[in-house]
Design a protein around this ligand. Structure first.
Ligand SMILES: [Zn+2]
Length: 401
C-alpha cells in the first residue's frame, strides 16, 4: 500500500533561493517536454521518444540526472494515464466519478499565469533525519532543511515531491511510502452506502435496525456563506479596477475549498470509524451517476453541485480512509435504486423532497434509506426487512471562523 507523509519545509533564506531555482527549472523541464507532447498529440503524431534524450542531456547538469529523469517519468505517467482514460471513454467504461479528461497540462497557475513551483526527488537522493524531536530533510548538494509535520507512515521510502504554495508562501513536501499491512483480520460484515448532497453519506450496516445518515446541511450553508463573500469581493474588484479576480478572491476560493474538504474528511472519518467498530470488512457504494442529473434539490444545492461538488474527491477520501482501517471499498452500478420500491419492486412510486412513497404497496420511507436498501438488495444481502424507514442523522458541526 502506498501512503503519503505530508511535511512542511522551513528553509532559511539561502536555502529558499536554492529551492526556488530548483523548482523553477523543474517546471521549465516539465513544460518543455509537455509542450512537445501536446503539439505532437494534437497533430496526431505522438511519439514517446521525441525530444526526451535532448532535454534530459540539457537538464542533467542543471537539476541533476535523477531529478531530470523523475520529471520526465512523471510526465510519461501523466500521458499514460490520459491515454488509458481515453481508451476507457471510447469503450464507455469511464469510472463514474471521472467527468472530464484532458491531456496533461503545464506546471502553471491558471490564475496568476506563473509557473507552478515543484520538483521531484528520487527515493535514493534524500533522507529524513530525526533528532530530539526535530527533523531535517537532507537533499543533494548539502541542502539540509528543517521540516515539521508528523511522519505518519513508516516503510520503504519512495520519491519525494516538493512544492511551493504561491498563496500562502509556504513550502511543502509529500513523501510517498510503501507500507505493508499485515496480520489484519478481515471483518465479515458489509456496509451499504449511498452518496448524496443533503446527506453526504447514508449507510446501512448489516444487522443494524436503522440506517445512519451524515448530514451535509451545515457544509452546504458554509459553502453558501463563502460563495456570497466571494461574489461580494468580486463586485468590489470589478468596480475598483475592472478585474474579475484578485489575490484576496483567490484566497477565498481556496478557503472555501479547504473548508469543504475538511468537513468531508471529518464525516468520512467518523463513518469509517463506525464501520470499524461494527466490524465491517467491506463498504459497498452505489455509483454516483444520478446525482448531477437530479434537479429536485433546490436552488442552492443545484448551484453547488453544478459549480463545485467533487464526488471524485469524496470517493477518493472514502477509499483511502477505509483502506487505512483495513476495510475494502467496492462500487456497484446503481440502477434506478431510488425509484424502485424495496418492498414490492413497483416503479409506481412518488418521490417528494426527502420522502419516498410506493403507490402499489403503500410502503413509505426516507428517500436515502430506500437508496441504501436497494443497494443492499442489488448485492443480494438479506436482513434489511426490519430496517426502520428513517435514518438516524448525524450532524457534523462546522465552526465559522
Ligand atoms: Zn411497494
Amino acid at each position: 500500500m502506498r501512503r503519503t507523509n505530508k511535511l512542511r519545509l522551513r528553509p532559511e533564506k539561502e536555502q529558499e533561493k536554492a529551492l526556488f531555482s530548483l523548482c523553477e527549472m523543474s517546471a521549465v523541464l516539465w513544460n518543455r517536454i509537455n509542450y512537445i507532447r501536446r503539439q505532437a498529440f494534437f497533430e496526431n503524431k505522438f511519439d514517446w521518444n521525441e525530444g526526451v534524450r535532448e532535454l534530459y542531456e540539457e537538464f542533467k547538469p542543471i537539476l541533476g540526472s535523477a531529478t531530470a529523469q523523475q520529471i520526465i517519468r512523471k510526465n510519461d505517467r501523466a500521458w499514460r494515464s490520459f491515454f488509458s482514460l481515453s481508451k476507457l471513454k471510447k469503450e464507455g467504461g469511464l469510472p463514474p466519478h471521472v467527468k472530464k479528461i484532458s491531456p496533461p497540462g503545464y506546471w502553471k497557475d491558471r490564475n496568476s499565469n506563473r509557473r507552478k513551483l515543484m520538483t521531484i526527488i528520487r527515493n535514493d537522493c534524500y533522507r529524513i533525519e530525526e533528532e530530539n524531536g526535530k527533523k531535517w530533510l537532507v537533499l543533494p548538494k548539502g541542502l539540509k532543511i528543517k521540516i515539521t509535520g508528523e511522519i505518519r507512515w513508516r516503510g520503504k521510502q519512495g520519491s519525494l515531491e516538493i512544492f511551493y504554495d504561491d498563496l500562502s508562501g509556504k513550502w511543502y513536501a509529500h513523501e510517498s511510502v510503501e507500507v505493508n499491512q499485515q496480520g489484519h483480520t478481515i471483518f465479515p460484515k458489509k456496509a451499504f452506502v449511498d452518496l448524496g448532497v443533503v446527506n453526504i453519506i447514508t449507510a446501512w450496516i448489516e444487522g443494524e435496525r436503522r440506517a445512519v445518515a451524515f448530514s451535509g446541511k451545515s457544509l452546504l450553508s458554509d459553502w453558501w456563506y463563502w460563495t456570497k463573500k466571494i461574489s461580494e469581493y468580486q463586485s468590489i474588484a470589478m468596480k475598483v479596477n475592472g478585474k474579475k479576480t484578485t489575490r484576496r478572491i483567490r484566497k477565498l476560493y481556496r478557503k472555501r475549498q479547504l473548508r469543504f474538504r475538511h468537513a468531508i474528511n471529518t464525516i468520512i472519518h467518523r463513518f469509517v470509524e463506525l464501520c470499524y467498530e461494527k466490524k465491517v470488512g467491506e463498504i459497498i457504494v452505489g455509483s454516483v451517476n444520478g446525482i448531477r442529473e437530479n434537479n429536485d434539490n433546490g436552488r442552492k444545492i443545484n448551484a453547488m453541485v453544478h459549480n463545485f461538488w467533487s464526488f471524485g474527491y469524496i470517493v477518493e477520501r472514502l477509499k483511502t480512509t477505509a483502506e487505512n482501517f483495513g476495510i475494502q471499498v467496492e462500487f456497484v452500478k446503481e440502477l434506478k435504486t431510488s425509484s424502485i420500491c424495496p418492498k414490492c419492486n413497483s416503479e409506481n412510486v412518488r418521490k417528494h423532497k426527502r420522502l419516498f412513497k410506493c403507490f402499489y404497496c403503500g410502503f413509505g420511507a426516507h428517500r436515502d434509506v430506500v437508496g441504501v436498501i436497494n443497494i443492499a438488495r442489488l448485492s443480494q444481502t438479506g436482513g434489511f426487512n426490519g430496517v426502520l424507514a428513517h435514518p438516524s442523522v448525524v450532524r457534523p458541526r462546522i465552526s465559522r471562523l
